[in-house]
Design a protein around this ligand. Structure first.
Ligand SMILES: [Mg+2]
Length: 205
């Protein structure tokens, strides 16, 4: 069994608003919760960064301060005894690798930036955007059962394709799309749902 879990809003805070606070760039407070079109969202973020003259290295100094939510390391530690854990996110490797390391060092599947000669963000490679369903299907066709957990509409395809979708403090629009899926309002509740799934599978990994 594999748990495919979203990062931001589930295991750790959103990184872009953290950058927005630090550098006082209003547009960085927008997230996938606010702007559904990810390309449009990224265009606005990158334009704002370049206007502010911020390089990727400067952003990383601040992004790498982000700490996991309290309890998320322990949550993953408990479920990893019963399943493989992968973190699948619309975040960027250049921002999120350290927080994933702090969570206990799991496989992260995320997007990547393209940087120009001056070190500014010039573009992005969306390895994950729109690919979550395909990643889950790949795991399923390799014979794994998949538990998916996410909080926002950008997790919809992950959750729809998982054998066991779990909504984590979901935005209302996500709950509407998956009314049958169990909802966790904290990691303790999420752990109970995971344990129920493990039990229903006879404890098989
Ligand atoms: Mg999220």
């Amino acid at each position: 069994m594999i748990a495919a879990i979203d990062l931001e809003g589930v295991l750790a805070p959103e990184i872009w608003p953290h950058l927005g606070d630090h550098f006082r760039v209003e547009e960085l407070h927008l997230t996938t919760r606010d702007v559904a079109d990810f390309e449009e969202l990224m265009r606005r973020r990158v334009e704002a960064l370049n206007r502010a003259g911020l390089t990727l290295a400067r952003l990383q100094e601040v992004a790498h301060d982000v700490r996991p939510y309290l309890g998320s390391h322990e949550f993953l530690d408990r479920i990893r005894r019963r399943c493989q854990v992968m973190i699948i996110s619309d975040t960027f490797h250049e921002f999120a690798e350290p927080v994933v390391e702090r969570l206990g060092g799991y496989n992260l599947f995320a997007n990547q930036f393209e940087v120009d000669a001056q070190g500014r963000i010039a573009g992005w490679k969306l390895r994950i955007r729109g690919q979550k369903a395909r990643v889950v299907q790949g795991m399923k066709s390799a014979g794994f059962k998949v538990i998916g957990m996410g909080d926002s509409l950008n997790d919809l395809s992950l959750l729809e394709s998982a054998d066991y979708p779990i909504l984590y403090r979901p935005v209302p629009a996500l709950r509407q799309r998956l009314p049958q899926a169990p909802t966790a309002n904290g990691l303790d509740e999420a752990l109970q749902i995971f344990v129920g799934i493990f039990r229903s599978n006879g404890g098989r990994i």
